[in-house]
Structure formats: C-alpha cells, structure tokens
Design a protein around this ligand. Structure first.
Ligand SMILES: NC(=O)c1ccc[n+]([C@@H]2O[C@H](COP(=O)([O-])OP(=O)(O)OC[C@H]3O[C@@H](n4cnc5c(N)ncnc54)[C@H](OP(=O)(O)O)[C@@H]3O)[C@@H](O)[C@H]2O)c1
Length: 245
C-alpha cells in the first residue's frame, strides 16, 4: 500500500533516513523544513515533495499545510513529527537560558506538532484512518543538567502525544512515539560536539528505516498510545522490550 506521508525535519539526520526508507517502500512523502534534503531516490509509484517552511512561524506553517492539504483533497495517511531545535551549542544552566532558545525549542519541537495535527487530523477522523507518529527522546523524562529548553519542549511534545492518544481511542487514527535507545550520529548532534568528535557508540540514522517502514503499515491498534524504542541495530521494541520489527 502506498501511503501519503507528511514529515517534519526530513532534510537531514533521522528525518532524512525516514524519508529515504518511506520512499524506498513506495510511499508518497512530503517534507516540511527550512532547507530541502539532498537529492532523494524515489522508487516506482513513490513521489517526494519538499515544502519550505520555518516551524517557528505559525502562520506560515498553517498556510503551507492548508495549501498542501487542499492539493491532496485533505487525504493524508500519516503525519510524522521529527523536526527538532536542539538549542545553542553546549549545555547552559537554567539561570543562563535565554528566551530565544526557550521559544525556538518550544515552537519547533512542541507547538508545531500541535499546529500541524490540528490541520491533518480532521481529514483522518472523517476517513477513520490515519497515523500520527512522533520522534521522542529519553530527555522528555530525564532532562539532566543544562538542557532545559530542549527537555521541556520534548516533554511537552510527549504530553501532546499521550493526550492525543487518549482523545483518539477507537477513532481509527493510531498514535505512537518512537525514540532511539542510543544517541544517533546526526548533523544536529555533531553541531553540538567538538570538531574532533568521534561518534563511538552512536547509532546511525539508518536505524530508523526499518522501524518507520513497519509503523507505516502495521496494525496500530495494539500500539496506540505507546512509546517504542529503536535500538542501535535498527530494531523496533515495545515498552516491555518485545521485538516488533
Ligand atoms: N540524534 C539523537 O541522538 C537523538 C536522540 C534522541 C531523540 N532524537 C530526536 O530525533 C529527531 C531528529 O533528530 P536529529 O538528531 O536527526 O536532528 P537534526 O540532525 O538536527 O535535524 C533536525 C531537522 O529539523 C529541522 N528543523 C530544525 N529547525 C527547524 C525549523 N525552525 N523549521 C523547520 N524545520 C526545522 C531541520 O531542517 P532545516 O534545518 O532544513 O529546517 C532538520 O531537518 C528529533 O525529534 C530529536 O529530538 C534524536
């Protein structure tokens, strides 16, 4: 089955790996980010669209998504929220956290999730069919020192997903989060590390390919409201460590 997928943050890192995996499986993928991904390969039947959009700008997000939805007759099968603003390099204690980094993290990581799902959900509910997937992080539960804007925004996104799952029980729309068990070597992570950084022990973005392919076609009823893990070998595990793919 070829699904119509909207993803945020598919220009690089984990998002790009998911875009490539979905296209390889023949899905139609639309990406929202400020810059386009490098050339992506599409297989038979699959197509790729890049919509330039800064997720910090709510009016722009709404306008871009509404126009795109109209071009698809509001028929979209899956929305994946993956984009992230990690904040300034390095860690900063709470007293030195700036309003700018707080706003950027909240706007990109949490508010844009709410804004976009408000636009895509009505069509999914009408068809009683759809999937909303969020890329989460351990940091939503265990912030650690010096990362308050990122941690708070991921916690907010997690709360949105849990609340949404509760609202959407028996609606035909499945909701789940997926997150890496290890740090993943992405451009966003590298930009926060020293120039001589060696990604020893880090997973590859490609570990998300098989999990997202599975989540696009599996029966979501068993997984609704769950927080799934992607391990360093690219396996998808449920909360009790059971292997899904
Ligand atoms: N990497 C890890 O170790 C790790 C660990 C736990 C969880 N995660 C989660 O995995 C997801 C992906 O992380 P990553 O490491 O792959 O990130 P990344 O390499 O920094 O990529 C971030 C993506 O978000 C987009 N983005 C950032 N700001 C944006 C804005 N203002 N408007 C539109 N798009 C914006 C970027 O596109 P543009 O710059 O083109 O706009 C890019 O495509 C995130 O949700 C993150 O929380 C990652």
């Amino acid at each position: 089955v070829s699904e119509r997928v909207l993803i945020t943050g598919g220009s690089r890192g984990i998002g790009l790996a998911m875009v490539e995996g979905l296209l390889a499986d023949g899905h139609s993928v639309t990406n929202l980010s400020r810059t386009p991904p490098p050339l992506v390969t599409t297989s038979d039947g699959a197509d790729f669209t890049h919509l330039e959009c800064d997720l910090r700008a709510p009016n722009r997000v709404r306008a871009v998504v509404v126009r795109w939805l109209a071009s698809k007759n509001a028929k979209i099968d899956a929305f994946i929220h993956n984009a992230v603003a990690y904040g300034t390099n390095g860690r900063r204690p709470a007293v030195d956290t700036t309003l700018e980094e707080w706003n950027e993290a909240m706007d990109v990581n949490a508010r844009s999730l709410l804004l976009i799902l408000q636009l895509v959900l009505p069509g999914m509910l009408e068809r009683r069919r759809g999937r909303i997937l969020g890329v989460s992080s351990d940091i939503a539960i265990e912030p650690g020192p010096g990362r308050i804007p990122y941690a708070a925004s991921k916690a907010a996104a997690h709360a949105i997903m849990i609340g949404l799952a509760d609202e959407l029980r028996d609606s035909g729309v499945g909701v789940a989060e997926l997150m890496p068990t290890h740090q993943v070597d992405t451009p966003g992570i590298r930009s926060r590390r020293p120039a001589n950084f060696e990604p020893i022990g880090y997973a590859k973005p490609a570990t998300f390919v098989s999990p997202i392919q599975y989540l696009l076609t599996c029966n979501m009823s068993q997984l609704h409201g769950s927080r799934l893990s992607v391990d360093a070998d690219g396996r998808l595990l449920d909360a009790s460590g059971e292997l899904l793919s």
